[in-house]
Design a protein around this ligand. Structure first.
Ligand code: SAM
Length: 478
């Protein structure tokens, strides 16, 4: 039987030794109680596994020439990521690679560099390639005005064949987006929008320096729909300062009333050691991990009641949305944009900090805009670091993808022999009730996260990670 509410057995302030428990529900399955002890043990730093090996394991000995060789090995159908880092203001929660815009001429200078890089990529690929996915991310891509949007699109279109069925997506901040921009983009061929919301409660918005009304968000979403955008996504974050169960429930119900096709409900990645501006947040107003889990539970409950399907560890999608369909078909994958239904397995990225995943390598561009522009305008790639993956990396990556996307991974007999040490380590998680292991008669072993283990799915995936980095490299698992 499905319970409607998310309950905390005893409040956090109820004394150190007080037995408390939290019940959250995934789909129609209630999570068993999460003990304080379990949270203490598993709320450790763990990657989100948008790549494997993860970024901290990449090296600066991987450079522009390595990236050029990887491009020469690229397949025929690609995903193109364009990083547009500019934002009007600094949202203090932000963990993305962004730049506060000082003057508008900065954008045209940057776009000159992006165009030079696109030309370089196209020349290195050697022949025209088909784009089955295009994603503009940021920063805030709608910092570009209409002329700048159009020139960037033409720079892509003149060098690549955009598949008529391609998913063409852009990240939108409603507070700086004009209807004329999304009209123009729709006309150019954009068909997906991802709208940043985070939280609608004024106290939370004040604390994160992101003031955005529900009305402007709602109006933009409705207008985008009327223009024919599909797969409209809304980003929310749980674990922000001053969020409470009551305020979060209000945000959820307001967002659900907008009926987005899908939502990303991210755990707040608090990494002030990496993103120094997060030190501006009131640290004492951050909900502790236990409360974060309560917020997650509320989100699961609200989305499920509204007919959405949970996707992986932090997305929800309507049954008819492509993410849901990909999950049902087993084709869901994970990349730097989160969960994706894209048919492209290779991503080529342009722009500062852009990350490519192509020809068996990961490669990331430099961050400082002057260095990025100087490299690409001088005819060289701006690769700052990367990694050429080994066969072992690729096997582990596949297992980690399976766990992150489907909460289960099947190891055939040869893999069972090869990953004996990992399977032995998983026994510890079996004893905790986080994982189930089952063996078939052919010797294959299936690893499956239990409903409880899904909360800690990053920890489960981490068992297959042979390149873990020292403390300070990642956000916490909860
Ligand atoms: C690359 S950002 C761009 C969003 C866009 N500029 C906006 O402001 O709406 C994409 C999403 O990443 C998520 N995000 C950014 N920083 C985060 C953090 N520290 N922890 C969790 N999610 C974060 C937010 O939900 C955000 O909407």
């Amino acid at each position: 039987m499905r319970r409607k509410e998310c309950k905390i057995g005893a409040p956090m302030g109820a004394g150190r030794d007080a037995a408390w428990f939290l019940i959250v529900f995934v789909g129609t399955m209630p999570f068993p109680p999460v003990t304080e002890e379990l949270v203490r043990r598993y709320d450790v730093e763990a990657p989100r596994y948008t790549s494997y090996p993860t970024v901290p394991a990449w090296t600066s000995s991987f450079g522009p020439a390595d990236f050029a060789h990887a491009l020469e090995r690229a397949g025929d159908a690609l995903s193109l990521y364009v990083h547009l880092p500019f934002c009007r203001e600094l949202c203090t929660f932000c963990g993305c690679n962004m730049v506060v815009l000082r003057e508008r001429s900065q954008i045209d200078d940057y776009l000159d560099a992006v165009e030079a890089e696109l030309a370089l990529v196209a020349a290195t690929l050697g022949r025209r390639r088909r784009l089955v996915q295009v994603h503009w991310g940021g920063g805030t891509p709608t910092s570009l005005d209409e002329r700048q949007i159009e020139r960037t699109w033409r720079a892509i279109e003149s060098r690549f064949d955009v598949d008529p069925a391609a998913e063409v997506a852009v990240e939108i901040d409603p507070t700086v987006t004009r209807t004329s921009q999304i009209e123009l983009m729709r006309g150019l061929g954009f068909n997906r929008l991802s709208i940043g919301v985070q939280d609608l409660e004024p106290a939370v918005q004040q604390a994160i320096n992101r003031i955005q009304t529900a009305e402007e968000t709602e109006a933009l979403l409705a207008y985008a729909r009327s223009l024919g955008y599909r797969g409209v996504n809304v980003d929310l974050i749980y674990g922000l300062p001053h969020q409470t169960a009551a305020s979060w429930a209000k945000t959820l119900s307001r967002v659900l009333a907008m009926r987005p096709d899908r939502a990303a409900v991210y755990s707040f990645a608090y990494v002030p050691q990496i993103r120094h501006h997060q030190r501006l947040l009131p640290a004492d107003a951050l909900p502790p991990s236990v409360q974060k889990l309560e917020l997650l539970g509320l989100a699961y409950d609200a989305f499920e009641a509204a007919g959405y399907r949970p996707i992986g560890m932090d997305h929800f999608a309507r049954e008819d949305d492509e993410l849901s369909i990909a999950q049902r078909k087993g084709t869901l994958r994970r990349n730097f944009q989160g969960y994706t239904a894209s048919p492209a397995s290779e991503v080529v990225a342009v722009g500062s900090t852009g990350i490519s995943d192509v020809g068996g390598v990961y490669a990331q561009n430099v961050r400082p805009l002057p260095r990025y522009a100087a490299a690409v305008r001088g005819g060289a790639f701006a690769t700052e670091r990367g990694i050429a993956t080994t066969e072992d990396d690729r096997l582990r990556r596949e297992l980690i993808q399976q766990v992150m996307c489907h909460f289960r991974a099947k190891l055939e007999a040869p893999a069972v022999a090869r990953f004996g040490a990992e399977l032995a380590r998983l026994e510890g998680l079996v004893a905790e009730g986080l994982v189930r292991l089952s063996k078939d008669t052919g010797g294959a072993v299936t690893v499956e996260a239990t409903p409880l283990g899904r909360i800690f799915v990053r920890n489960v995936a981490a068992v297959f990670d042979a390149r873990r980095r020292p403390e300070g490299s990642h956000s916490k698992a909860v």
